[in-house]
Design a binder for this molecule. Sequence first.
Ligand code: ADP
Ligand code: MG
Length: 375
Amino acid sequence: MAKIDITNLRKEFGDGGEQIVAVDDFNLTIEDGEFLVFVGPSGCGKTTTLRCIAGLEDVTSGSIQFNGEEVTDKRARERDVAMVFQNYALYPHMTVRKNIGFPLRLSTKRSSKEINTEVENVAEMLGLEPLLGQKPKELSGGQQQRVALGRAIIRDPEVFLMDEPLSNLDAKLRSTMRTELQELQQKLGVTTAYVTHDQTEAMAMGDRIAVLNRGELQQVGTASEVYRSPTNEFVAGFIGSPSINLFTVTIEGDTLSGPGGFEYTMSDASLIKDRDRVRVGIRPEDLNLVVGGSIPSDVSVVEEMGNENFLYAYMGNIDLTARIDSQIRPEEGASVTFGFDEDDLYLFDTETTEAIKTKTGDVDANYDQYVQAGR
Ligand code: ADP
Ligand code: MG
């Protein structure tokens, strides 16, 4: 398998006229056997980065190495990568058996019998054995996606590259396929770079998540790291659903004052001394309905989710979202106040947008006792 080193990668599009910088000064190591997810809004450079790793795009500058070996100028078929796309591009006139076996018939001198055995092994892994004789149009979307995966797996590549492979599936199937893909990747241990614009999918799947914006890598970390310790306001806003609440406050001494009568005195103001303004971020689950809290607001809508309620409210002209107990359902227009723990408060620089303070507080110190060693 392969460790992938991406160094100072840059990719521009356009000739002569206006240049588009799709990927800018990108540095990242994907560890051997890791499942790394690229996530970011549409147009941020995810597909371009993946295509550069695959060898489907010439890079403008920078280098890509597999296991320390330079592959930057190697073509896709010399790189031992297998790609799976959103559009699975199965051959419509071929059976599932032929579709899965196709890469082997193309690239090896194996006998039909050997190829059939390998196809059957892969089909078994993916639960496709009963469908081997069928054509793609006879299959459901999920089954077609499994065939496309089978065609990637059978090549036994060093690297899997997957570009939004589940986005054509309905929500329920997508979540089943997420789990299947993760289990499969763990079993095969193949280094995988996976692209999605869906932060929930990224959080659920990745060993680590690489958050991109405007062609630039913002942060790489585990789900918990990007959630609890975002490097900047973009990452804080992109990761988490519903999104973090963000607003600007002025600082006087240790006290923050903001829109709609927000007022909070920091018990530790050391991080904001010498500043007169700061951006505040509070996650919806960290807003607690209390009496006389720092955040006065007027309820606009309550959405009942069953296990909890989403409360939408205005603090002055700022929209707030709070996740509250499913039993509590304030009327529209009701006045409420929220409180929060200072540990849960995020603060960002108003100019650079970089994080000044993120969540603190440790996980339960007894955690180790709850978890028995695995098999
Ligand atoms: P994502 O996959 O994150 O949605 P892309 O990597 O497809 O983003 O695109 C990044 C930027 O590069 C976008 O501005 C896009 O318009 C531009 N781009 C991508 N491919 C090409 C191309 N072949 N020619 C010109 N511009 C491109
Ligand atoms: Mg894309």
